[in-house]
Design a protein around this ligand. Structure first.
Ligand code: AKG
Ligand code: FE2
Length: 369
């Protein structure tokens, strides 16, 4: 290269998956730079359930700031205790350490709702890579799992016949521990829903109806170390979440999560002991007419160490209509999005992201995706 030639150290655009498919964001520099975040704020939820409304409102103001400007926050004092976190980390590590054939017994292709074990390179969010360098275990809302206490009047006709979730035989305490964690995460999500309602100037119980049998999924993840900074390697390609909110527990101290700011720069979100990463998903972005941002993120494990994490995706019950919240529209302003049924919208996105799954192939043949 000639002396003085420009060295392109960063790609000029970032490609990510959000909404209906691949989108682009330009990487800005110099005078093009916009005001945007450079770090992830921390919000203390100690007072989120205080008996004093002013204290609850103070938490809501911080959540409003974080969700409008960043779309991500670190939550502390979220109520998931260290003992449960340690036991959860331990069963997850043990599960991923099982022989491949053992994990394949519960492969997602055996579940009509794409739940169970998913191996390395099976998803590919970034088409420039061979696939996402991670393995995962997924569960979702499943009325046939007694631990989920489905309401007696739930319309089962919207669910395929059992089995939906698939559980490994080992470790023996895997299922009970994962359900214990799910209950704790759901508890915090319910608190958060009330704080979000306050932040949007709504009655605190405004979103409570969404939780009668929420689409609450858990996804345990294992990312092996990837070759340092290789462009064609990624743990999970850049994407926005199809959830209402996501709670990510970075189970170990391995940094790898990165969040995209408005300038197309990646801001690290390293593990902070005792915290959960909370991010806005596409449903909440839609309902707030883009006031809260469903921010793009990715996982790149260049630490040289194994990384484990556990994401809890909270979405409303299947039959809830996602409508624009009135307080998010200025007088005369119209909603950017049409109303959608939560279950239909989520399923479509799930199927699009798993092109080779039998349920996706069948939906494509019927022209549904
Ligand atoms: O592992 C993480 O930190 C994040 C995972 C994630 O973004 C996802 O599963 O949607
Ligand atoms: Fe995500």
């Amino acid at each position: 290269m000639a002396p003085g030639a420009l060295v392109e150290s960063e790609p000029k655009e970032v490609i990510f998956h959000a909404g209906k498919g691949a989108q682009k964001r330009y990487v800005l520099s110099g005078s093009d730079l916009k005001p945007t975040f450079e770090s992830i704020p921390t919000v203390d939820f100690q007072n989120a359930t205080s008996l004093d409304i002013d204290e609850r409102r103070a938490v809501a103001r911080e959540v409003y700031e974080a969700f409008t400007k960043v779309g991500f926050l670190y939550a502390i004092n979220h109520g998931i205790n260290k003992d449960l976190q340690d036991r959860t980390t331990s069963v997850i590590k043990e599960f991923f350490g099982l022989p491949h054939e053992e994990k394949m017994k519960i492969h997602i292709n055996k579940s009509p709702v794409i739940k169970g074990y998913e191996g390395y390179l099976e998803t590919r969010l970034d088409e420039r890579t061979p696939g996402d360098l991670k393995e995962a275990f997924n569960i979702a809302d499943d009325p046939y799992d007694p631990e989920q206490n489905a309401p007696p009047d739930l319309d089962l006709s919207t669910y395929p016949p059992p089995p939906l979730n698939q559980w490994p035989e080992n470790p023996a305490t895997f299922r009970s521990t994962i359900y214990e964690y799910r209950a704790a995460a759901q508890n915090f999500a319910s608190t958060l829903l009330r704080i979000i309602a306050l932040a949007l100037d709504l009655p605190e119980d405004y979103f409570d109806h969404m939780t009668s049998f929420p689409m609450a999924g858990l996804r345990a993840l294992h990312y092996p170390p990837q070759p340092t900074a290789a462009d064609d390697a990624i743990g999970i390609g850049a994407h926005a979440d199809y959830s209402w909110i996501t709670l990510v527990n970075q189970l170990t101290d391995t940094p790898a999560l990165e969040v995209l700011n408005a300038n197309g720069h990646w801001v690290p979100a390293p593990p902070v002991e005792g915290s959960l990463v909370v991010n806005v998903g596409d449903f909440l972005e839609r309902a707030t007419n883009d006031k809260f941002v469903s921010t793009v993120h990715r996982v790149r494990n260049i630490s040289g160490r194994e990384r484990y994490s556990l994401a809890y995706f909270f979405s409303p019950s299947q039959d809830v209509m996602i409508k624009t919240v009135s307080t998010c529209l200025a007088p005369g302003e119209t909603a950017k999005y049409e109303d959608v049924k939560a279950g239909d919208w989520q399923l479509e996105r799930l199927l699009r992201a798993r092109v080779n799954h039998p349920t996706s192939i069948a939906a494509r043949q019927r022209g549904e995706i």
